[in-house]
Design a protein around this ligand. Structure first.
Ligand code: HEM
Length: 398
């Protein structure tokens, strides 16, 4: 049986967070499983193996956490993301109710109206930050309202969520720095964002109502509130701003989209495939397991590298190319299987509404400056200053 190759790459340096793709390529070339000596972790870098692992929760368990640091994994054991069926099934069914595809009809008018408002205002200015001014608007304004969290926490929401993501990596400097904000966030969801202070018609309130009806233990509610807030903001903000950056760099793809709006869903998938905002989560093996004749021992923690699988040359032709006519709906950016992203319909709705409104008005994006986001759990841009040109230029193509 072949030995497992070892790599001493650090996936958490500034350079690796900015551009992990050369490292991913190296790992994919090394084998189906690579031991990452710096992180006490095995990496699964190839598309097929990541997908297979995601579809097999009995062997690749989430119940011992899906992050890197052992203390963080112990602390968050039992939240929706870090559990297996049957506990997971119960929490997920309550949590997912307002996020089901058929429920998106309820929120579509608000999201479309807000998308129209923000795009009109920013395009009139001609220059704006596509991360903080454009992409952040819908998740911050709309999602916070839908969850129904009290006003006084909202200003801190992004800082808290980013800190939660920073603690998903190893215990490096970023991780340590994030700890106080995470504590504040935990205190907020436990003591502040509680019935009486949350919007009685919001999603958070529905969790407490489900608990009152005996569907789940009440003490799960604060942690489930984290499930609505932590993964719903930055992920979508990064996905939206990544799309703008990709269209600025590939203007011919923007022309295609402007000419044929039915390409919007494909453009969303292609953006998520090429620039995955959540590059990895991990699992723990419940039994000895072979991947392509490589044996991994029970108890091993494996990092499923979604961002690497999404650029696997074994699966995608010309994987580095941004091509919105590619049918990339099989990408791994939302995960797969039991834990597949519960908010993906909402994220798609937000992205689609903005792209559609932008396509009405913008003929070209030009990047003035961009700054990478350096975070242990997320990847994308912190700032993306763009100028936009308006006019009929490409729209006349369709
Ligand atoms: C483009 C935006 C988004 C991306 C890239 C993304 C990515 C992901 C990924 C990769 C997972 C899989 C976790 C795993 O494999 O263990 C996941 C799960 C999850 N996501 Fe998202 N997400 C996005 C938007 C959202 C939104 C808008 C929400 C909430 C409103 C949300 C809530 C969740 C929750 C609660 C889970 C855990 C589901 C479970 O464990 O069953 N996400 N997301």
């Amino acid at each position: 049986m072949p030995a497992i190759p070892v790599s001493d790459v650090d996936l958490y340096t500034r350079e690796a967070r900015t551009d992990p793709y050369p490292i991913y390529e190296e790992l994919r070339a090394l084998g189906p499983v690579v031991r990452l000596s710096r992180h006490d972790l095995y990496a699964i870098p190839r598309y097929r193996d990541v997908r297979t692992a995601l579809m097999d929760w009995r062997t690749f368990s989430s119940a011992r956490g899906v992050f890197v640091d052992p203390a963080m994994n112990a602390q968050l054991e039992g939240i929706t993301l870090c559990s297996d069926p049957p506990e997971h099934t119960t929490m997920r069914s309550v949590l997912g109710r307002p996020l089901r595809q058929d429920r998106m009809r309820d929120v579509t008018p608000t999201i479309e109206a807000e998308a129209d408002r923000v795009v009109t205002a920013l395009v009139a200015r001609g220059r704006f930050d596509a991360v903080t001014e454009l992409a952040a608007h819908l998740p911050m304004a709309v999602v916070s309202d839908l969850v129904g969290i009290p006003e006084q926490g909202r200003a801190k929401m992004l800082e808290w969520a980013a800190a939660m993501w920073d603690m998903q990596g190893p215990a490096n400097e970023r991780f340590t720095k994030a700890a106080p904000a995470v504590e504040e966030f935990m205190a907020y969801v436990t003591h502040e964002a509680v019935p009486g202070r949350i919007d009685p018609d919001g999603w958070a309130s529905q969790l407490y109502q489900a608990a009152a009806q005996g569907e789940l233990p009440r003490d799960k509610c604060p942690a489930m509130m984290l499930d609505y807030i932590t993964p719903s903001l930055d992920t979508t903000i990064l996905a939206i701003s990544n799309a703008i950056a990709l269209f600025a760099e590939n203007p011919e793809q923007w022309d295609l989209l402007r000419a044929d709006r039915s390409l919007i869903p494909h453009a969303i998938n292609e953006t998520l495939r090429l620039e995955s905002p959540v590059p990895q989560f991990s699992r723990v093996l419940t039994e000895d397991h072979e991947i392509d004749e490589v044996l991994l021992a029970a108890g091993s923690r494996v990092a499923l590298l979604y961002g690497s699988g999404n650029r696997d040359e074994r699966h995608y032709q010309d994987p580095e190319r941004f091509d919105i006519t590619r049918r990339a709906s099989d990408h791994l950016a939302f995960g797969r299987g039991e834990h597949v992203c519960i908010g993906m319909h909402l994220a798609r709705l937000e992205m689609g509404a903005l792209l559609d409104r932008l396509a009405d008005r913008v003929s070209r994006f030009e990047i003035v400056t961009s700054t990478p986001l350096i975070n242990n759990g997320l990847r994308g841009l912190q700032h993306l200053e763009v100028t936009v040109r308006t006019g009929e230029h490409a729209a006349t193509a369709g």
